[in-house]
Design a protein around this ligand. Structure first.
Ligand SMILES: Cc1ncc(COP(=O)(O)O)c(C=O)c1O
Length: 364
C-alpha cells in the first residue's frame, strides 16, 4: 500500500471529493486574451507612487484592521459612505465571505446558468446547497423564470452577474428590481456581481439602500488593471458590512494593498480612457467576428462570447493556440456548446487574434 492510499490519511470532505478546482489554463503564448484582464498595466505614475508608498509602511505593525482610509477613498469615488463599503482580497474573497456570513450549512444559494463558475464553486466550499436554473437560448433571464425559481427554492442567497460572465449579457434594471423583490419576500440576499460593471451602461449600486437586501460586488482586477494586487469590494447596507466584519479574518487586508487601492483611485481619468478604448474595440471586434460568420452575443463587458461558424475546424481553440493566441475555451461548459470567449485586449492583440481566426476559417 502506498502512502497515498493509507487508511489513516485525512480525507477531503465527502461533499468536495469530486471537485476539480477552478482553473484557466496558463499556456505560454504571445497573445493572452483568456482571463478578461486589462491589456495595459497601471499608469507609470501610479507604479512609481506605489513604490514610494512602500517606504512609508510600518511593516512591523499589523495593518489598519478595518481598512478605514481605503473604504473612505472608495466611498468618495462611488459616492457612498465608507460604512457601506467592505473590502477583501479580490472580489472572489468578497463573495466567499458573503457566503460564509449569509449562506453555509443547510442554506441554499441560487444561480442562473451559464454564469461565473465561482458562484456555485464557493457555494459548495462554504457548505451551502447550490441550486441552479437555466437561462434561455439567448442566455437571457426572464422575470418569470427568476421569480418562480426564487419562490420555489427560497434561497438564502441569490446570484446575478451583470454583465454576466461568460456571456457578456447585461441584466436590465427592471429584471434586477423584480428579482430583488422576490428575494426579499423569502428573506434572502441578492448579490449582484459587477466585476465588469464599468463597461456597462448602468449599475445596481443605485438600488443599494438600508432597507433593501442587495449588495453589489466590484473588483480592482479588470478596469483598474490590478489583477495581481487582489483587491475587491462591495457596496451594501451598513448592517451587512457590520455583520460581514464579524466573520472576516482579522487583518486580512495587508498594508501595501490598502495603500495601492487608495493610490489607484487618484488615476480615475486614465481608467475611464482605457474603458472607452476597450468599448470601441468591442464594437470593432464584434463586427469583424460577425463578418467572419461567427454568432456573437451582445456584450456589455470587456470580452465577447461567440460561436464560430459550423464550417470551422472542431478545435478552433487549439488552432488559435497553435498560432500563439490564447482565448477561453468555453465549448464544453454547460449550455455553451461550441462557444469561445475572447477578452478585448489592445488593438494590436485583437488584430492578431482576428487575423489568426480568419486564417483558420480560410478567410484571410
Ligand atoms: C464575474 C466575476 N466575478 C468575480 C471575479 C473575480 O475577480 P477578482 O480578481 O476580483 O477575484 C471574476 C474574475 O474573472 C469574474 O469574472
Amino acid at each position: 500500500m502506498t502512502d497515498v492510499d493509507s487508511p489513516n490519511r485525512p480525507r477531503v470532505r465527502a461533499d468536495l471529493a469530486a471537485m476539480t478546482g477552478y482553473h484557466s489554463p496558463q499556456v505560454s503564448v504571445s497573445v493572452r486574451l483568456n482571463t478578461n484582464e486589462s491589456p495595459l498595466g497601471p499608469p507609470d505614475e501610479l507604479v512609481k507612487r506605489v513604490a514610494a508608498e512602500a517606504a512609508n509602511i510600518a511593516w512591523h505593525r499589523y495593518p489598519d484592521r478595518s481598512a478605514s482610509a481605503l473604504r473612505q477613498a472608495i466611498g468618495k469615488v462611488m459616492d457612498q459612505p465608507a460604512d457601506r463599503i467592505y473590502c477583501a482580497n479580490g472580489s472572489n474573497e468578497v463573495l466567499q465571505n458573503l457566503l460564509l456570513t449569509y449562506a453555509g450549512a443547510g442554506r441554499k444559494t441560487l444561480t442562473f446558468e451559464p454564469t461565473y463558475a465561482l458562484h456555485s464553486h464557493l457555494s459548495l466550499t462554504t457548505g451551502s446547497i447550490t441550486v441552479s436554473e437555466q437561462r434561455d437560448e439567448h442566455f437571457e433571464l426572464s422575470v418569470d423564470t427568476a421569480r418562480e425559481a426564487v419562490a420555489r427554492h427560497r434561497p438564502a442567497v441569490t446570484f446575478l452577474c451583470s454583465p454576466n460572465n461568460p456571456t457578456g449579457v447585461l441584466e436590465s434594471r427592471s429584471l434586477v428590481e423584480s428579482v430583488l423583490e422576490s428575494v426579499e419576500a423569502v428573506g434572502g440576499l441578492l448579490i449582484v456581481d459587477e466585476a465588469y460593471g464599468e463597461f456597462a451602461p448602468w449599475s445596481a449600486i443605485e438600488l443599494v439602500d438600508e432597507e433593501r437586501s442587495v449588495v453589489v460586488v466590484k473588483t480592482y482586477s479588470k478596469t483598474w488593471a490590478m489583477a495581481g494586487v487582489r483587491l475587491g469590494y462591495l457596496i451594501g447596507p451598513k448592517w451587512l458590512v457590520k455583520e460581514m466584519e464579524a466573520v472576516t479574518l482579522p487583518y486580512h487586508l495587508d498594508s501595501m494593498k490598502q495603500a495601492m487601492g487608495m493610490a489607484a483611485l487618484d488615476y480615475q481619468a486614465a481608467m475611464v480612457d482605457r474603458v472607452n478604448a476597450i468599448k470601441d474595440e468591442r464594437v470593432r471586434m464584434a463586427a469583424r467576428l460577425e463578418q467572419l460568420g461567427c454568432h456573437v452575443w451582445p456584450s456589455a463587458a470587456n470580452f465577447i462570447l461567440f460561436r464560430p461558424p459550423s464550417s470551422a475546424p472542431q478545435d478552433t481553440w487549439g488552432e488559435l493556440v497553435e498560432r500563439s493566441v490564447l482565448i477561453r475555451n468555453t465549448s464544453s461548459w454547460n449550455g455553451l456548446e461550441g462557444c469561445l470567449r475572447v477578452t478585448i485586449g489592445s488593438m494590436e492583440e485583437n488584430s492578431t487574434f482576428l487575423d489568426a481566426l480568419a486564417d483558420i476559417l480560410g478567410q484571410s
